[in-house]
Design a protein around this ligand. Sequence first.
Ligand SMILES: Cc1cc2nc3c(=O)[nH]c(=O)nc-3n(C[C@H](O)[C@H](O)[C@H](O)COP(=O)(O)O)c2cc1C
Length: 211
Amino acid sequence: MDKSVLYLISYGLYVVGVNDGERPCGCVINSAFQITSEPMTLAISLNKNNYTHTLVEKAGHFSLSIISEETAPALIGDFGYATSREKDKFANYPYKMLEGMPILTEKIAGNILCRVLTSVDRGTHTVFFAEIIDTLKGDGEPMTYSYYHKVIKGKAPKNAPTYQAPEEQPASEVRYRCTVCGYIYEGELNNEPDDWTCPVCGQPKSVFVRI
Ligand SMILES: Cc1cc2nc3c(=O)[nH]c(=O)nc-3n(C[C@H](O)[C@H](O)[C@H](O)COP(=O)(O)O)c2cc1C
């Protein structure tokens, strides 16, 4: 089977937001889509290892902030490669709480508030079906998954439903590891321009350590 055909499926990028009782939490997802308009429902797929999964299951609601082309790539790294168990992801990004759910407010195309109706267990992931209870318009062009791959040069981590293991590459003697997402840079990183960023999580050169 040619698994690369699955890359032809289009997605957007979103931050699922949910409160853990003390602070806002959440993670990046690509797997969100509207399934009916009357009543308005959508579905998201969350990996069971994600803290966001635990919280959505418990709270029974979540917000979806629609990432735009103007959203800082580092936000995708912060929300998509770290866990809210260890880090206050919202600390560096403006947000507000609506109906107990955190929504990102700057450089975001829009926000959707959702109440979980039911869920389906799919092994590694749970698909949550939710009713849309409110929407808020933001600014900018929504970022597609294709834009994320082609323009930002981002990749999907293991917990994303679309993850595919990379082909083995011959190892170089000089290597650097991104301390945020674990991406390994083969070769001399100092040869890259100062504004070079991690192709996976968008962090600057300064977060890399030589290994
Ligand atoms: C581009 C991208 C797409 C992702 N898509 C999903 C997804 O659809 N579902 C999911 O459960 N995790 C997805 N992830 C992974 C989570 O964002 C990641 O595991 C995160 O660290 C979980 O954080 P948490 O433990 O605070 O919930 C994606 C990450 C990236 C960078």
